[in-house]
Design a protein around this ligand. Sequence first.
Ligand code: NAP
Length: 254
Amino acid sequence: MLVIPIGAADMPVVMSLLNSYAGLSSAATGFVLHNNVLIIAGTLDGFSGFILSILMCRAMNRSITNVLFGGFGAVAGTDTGATGTMREVTLDDVANQVVFVPGYGMATAQAQHAARELGNLLEERGVSVKYAIHPVAGRMPGHMNVLLAEANVPYSSLYEMDQINPEMPQTDVAVVVGANDVVNPDARDNPKSPIAGMPIIEVDKAKSVIVLKRGKGKGFSGLENPLFFKPVTGMLYGDAKSTLTNLAQAVQKV
Ligand code: NAP
């Protein structure tokens, strides 16, 4: 009952918190049954889950009280008033200094190797390539780091949100690979947005933004993203893996 009204981007915190409650209830069961293993394992599970929930709240710039009692989910899916025309771009429009911003879509498409291959090709042509990591991109903490490490992206090319944001105005192209909520400028610009105050990767400050996604699907929070309607943004529709592979082929021909 407590978590029914909670939704949108707060859901991961709730999942981790419930996990923590499960641990604490195991510990309580351990006390009843006089079982030390249950007490120790339950306490470790409960407290690590609780610490993780707090860290996730910090990453999203929200207090745990707000998550639990703020009724966040009641407004999930609200029409945020984002309107206009989405600008579609073609493969020829993508060029020069690039920051990749991966999100959950990169994970579902398993596009990390394709991103790395495109990054390599660009670097061979003298382009500076960076990968911007938002703390809650994907569906678990460190999700993007794990995927990019699997694709052998060097650690030195990974940039935390706070490191990359000041560089955005000098970035020629920000390539958003299946990310949505973590690049939603409403979190910064619209105090009435359900995700107001959540830190974002400010791709809209780059000279050009290319968003790779399959269609007009919403992100985890269910909110429309005004980034997709900005003049600086181009939408490149398709599965992220095949789009990145096509982009790499286009770059090879240049
Ligand atoms: P997101 O907001 O969930 O958006 C993912 C986007 O990827 C969607 O808009 C979807 O659009 C696109 N997509 C899906 N499959 C794709 C594919 N095969 N190829 C290309 N695009 C694809 O992702 P995010 O920006 O990474 O944000 C993460 C969200 O999850 C946040 O709201 C965060 O709070 C939440 N969360 C995070 C954690 C964590 O710990 N990291 C845990 C649970 C939840 P289309 O459908 O149009 O393709």
